[in-house]
Design a protein around this ligand. Structure first.
Ligand SMILES: [Fe+2]
Length: 511
């Protein structure tokens, strides 16, 4: 009782010093609030003289609200990412990475060796995967007319005959033959559309004439049918590509929002929890705009020097939390050779990032194992040649083109298109392993799919529509950030628009 009177006196004395007047009820209200001194001071500073309970209650409610805001800010500052305390489990599969190993002299013999190597690898897969009993093509002439026969060959020519049949010249390492798909076989004619020059295919058919086969079925090296391999923990991998830093069309403000997001800024606790589980980030090419990649590009550059572009790229990437393992592959605008396989970006261009333990500059294509899952990382230029070679694929569904490459088990399905290749002493373009996840870019259009247990992701780009894209009517999908939960292979896509951050689930699309 004595204490209460003393405290009431304290309040009244303090109010008097401030030059304000309290009634009995407002004195009592202040006594119930431990922050009474600050409240009174603030009310006095706001010009109040006679402090009623009404004024007091409003002030106390406002203070409560602002203390909630303060609490949120404290949470932001104390973002604790689960991935920070978790040891990453990854391996760059050096055996499939050309960085530092390119020794091709580009002679005819080197190309012959490359094609032989490709034939041997893909024909081996065809023999293992299918019920084929292929005979060497040189023995075809000894097979009786109309007898069933299996062969494997690389397509060296494709044409339509005068009678409308689709014809292929197939070659193995010693001999060649002609395979024909009869015009009346509509289903087979559709399948034949997928066969392009330099593909290695299996054929079941009927012997006809000296060196002809009437095709009854086609076979592809393909992936086996399997369920997606999952891990026990929630760990996320994310993907960005085609930043084109240095271009005046680079969405820098939106990209900075992505960096804030990765650092847990402006997020709810639940969102922070998920962001904190991102442990791997794949950065899939065209990291900078480059110089002189196409005519008149100079006018579209805001940074007109490639070192300056990488300096800016580094500044941005340095803001990625250090516990995220970042795998950066080159694209066709980066400062490496344009011909595939492309080696990793040299440290000369990224001196600061190269010193960091969590940044890995890998080739395109390359393979990275994360948590026991095999990631195929490929910038993706052969997708362009593939799309322009057939009528059933489009730039707006890059995932379907990627599935086609997986069926062919080959990232160099066609030689002699727009995309150049270097004949290395071993084939880096054949898809030798069965990937769990494929990350690719280049098309500037997002696409997601699951094919035979393999998750396929193209994240789109961070560059606005170029004049060239306008001319061909291609609308890029920009500023999306897909993250893949390795526990259930679900994809969450975070979209960074001008005003806000949106979220939507794309789901696990089966093909
Ligand atoms: Fe690009």
């Amino acid at each position: 009782m004595v204490g209460e009177i003393t405290e009431a006196k304290d309040v009244l004395n303090f109010a008097e010093r401030l030059g304000v007047v309290l009634n009995k009820d407002s004195t009592q209200l202040l006594l119930n609030n431990s922050d009474w001194k600050n409240i009174l001071e603030e009310l006095a500073n706001e010009g109040n003289f006679f402090i009623t309970t009404d004024i007091l209650e409003k002030k106390i409610n406002r203070t409560k609200l602002s203390s909630v805001v303060t609490e949120v800010e404290v949470k932001k500052a104390s973002f604790i990412a689960q991935a920070k305390d978790r040891a990453p489990n990854f391996r760059v599969m050096e055996e499939y990475d050309v960085t530092g190993k390119s020794n091709s002299s580009g002679k005819v013999d080197d190309f012959l060796k490359l094609f032989r190597n490709k034939y041997e690898l893909l024909s081996g897969m065809l023999k293992n995967r299918h019920n084929l009993n292929p005979i060497p093509l040189k023995t075809l002439s000894s097979v009786s007319d109309k007898e069933k026969v299996d062969v494997i060959g690389m397509v060296s020519k494709k044409w339509i005959t005068k009678k409308g049949h689709t014809a292929f010249e197939l070659e193995d390492l010693e001999h060649k033959c002609i395979a024909l798909v009869m015009e009346k076989e509509k289903e087979l004619i559709d399948k034949a559309q997928r066969v392009i020059e330099d593909n290695v295919i299996g054929v079941k058919g009927t012997k006809w004439g000296k060196d002809f086969i009437i095709v009854k079925e086609f076979y592809w090296p393909d992936l086996p049918i399997k369920a997606s391999k999952l891990i026990n923990e929630e760990v996320y991998s994310g993907c960005i590509s085609d930043l084109h830093v240095g271009s005046n069309l680079f969405y820098e403000d939106q990209f900075k929002k992505l960096l804030d997001y990765l650092n847990g800024k402006n997020l709810t606790k639940k969102q922070q929890e998920r962001v904190g589980k991102i442990q791997y980030l794949f950065v899939v090419g065209d990291n900078v705009a480059g110089i002189g990649v196409y005519p008149n590009q100079f006018d579209e550059l805001i940074i007109k020097d490639v070192y300056g572009q990488y300096e800016k790229f580094e500044e941005l990437m340095l803001q990625i939390p250090e516990y995220i393992q970042v795998f950066v592959c080159p694209g066709q605008h980066d400062a490496v050779r344009r011909a595939e396989p492309q080696p990793g970006i040299d440290k000369e261009f990224v001196p600061r990032l190269s010193k960091l333990r969590n940044f890995h500059f890998i080739a395109s294509p390359s393979w990275v194992e994360t948590e026991g899952l095999k990631n195929l990382v490929y910038y993706g230029p052969s997708v362009h040649d593939l799309i322009s070679s057939v009528s059933f694929l489009s730039m707006t569904k890059p995932e379907e083109a990627m599935i086609e490459l997986l069926k062919k088990r080959d990232l160099m399905p066609k030689y002699g298109g727009k995309n150049p290749y270097v004949p290395e002493d071993k084939d880096y373009m054949v898809i030798k392993e069965e990937p769990d996840i494929v990350w690719f870019g280049d098309v500037h259009h997002k696409g997601y799919a699951t094919y035979r247990g393999t998750t396929i992701i193209n994240s789109g780009c961070w560059e606005g529509q170029t004049d060239f894209q306008k001319k061909i009517g291609h609308i890029p999908t920009v500023c999306s950030f897909p993250i893949l939960n390795l526990k259930d292979r679900m994809i969450n896509e975070i979209h960074f628009s001008k005003e806000t951050v949106e979220r939507k689930i794309e789901g696990n699309i089966q093909q």
